[in-house]
Write a protein of this length. Structure first.
Length: 167
């Protein structure tokens, strides 16, 4: 017989609370970014491209843990919105480098303002010291779980890219 006791269902369970707060935070963030005409995956890509200008689509796919064709579809959407520019690589003309357009930089600035307000609302019950402690604890959990810093694991769950059109 196991000596490990399950907590009663009505007691706080850290894993459940992480999922509950995470789901709530993701939903609220999506609502807020939708007002800017963006979806959370768009925001993550803009942030990654801004952090590493000139990043190749292949490197971005590796960072996200998705197939390159999925990144092409995601970048196509951002390019159609005028947020991202593909530029031929000066080192290898077979590849494209990704850069934010001026409109993309403005959009990312607006996202940062939304994200700041979102974080303030979400963590309003905590003191600055508690926020720092929460960040430290969640970083430890993320590291132990092998999560890639700065990359939301949701990219792996995005719908598959539609098939390429036939000529």
């Amino acid at each position: 017989m196991s000596t490990h006791r399950q907590p009663p269902m009505n007691q706080a369970n850290p894993a459940f609370l992480l999922a509950q707060v995470g789901g709530h935070a993701a939903t609220r963030f999506a609502e807020r970014t939708a007002e800017l005409g963006l979806h959370p995956p768009d925001v993550g890509l803009l942030r990654m491209i801004a952090t590493r200008p000139g990043l190749s689509q292949r490197a971005l796919a590796e960072d996200l843990g998705v197939v390159p064709s999925r990144v092409v579809t995601l970048i196509d959407g951002l390019e159609k919105k005028g947020l991202v520019e593909r530029r031929r690589s000066t080192e290898d003309r077979r590849h494209h480098e990704l850069h934010l357009s001026p409109v993309g930089a403005q959009a990312l600035h607006a996202v940062r303002e939304v994200a700041t307000a979102h974080q303030a609302d979400l963590l309003a019950a905590l003191t600055p010291a508690q926020c720092a402690q929460l960040t430290e604890l969640l970083t430890l959990v993320a590291e132990e779980q092998g999560l890639t810093p700065g990359v939301h694991p949701g990219y792996r769950r995005l719908p598959k890219a539609p098939p390429a059109p036939k000529d």
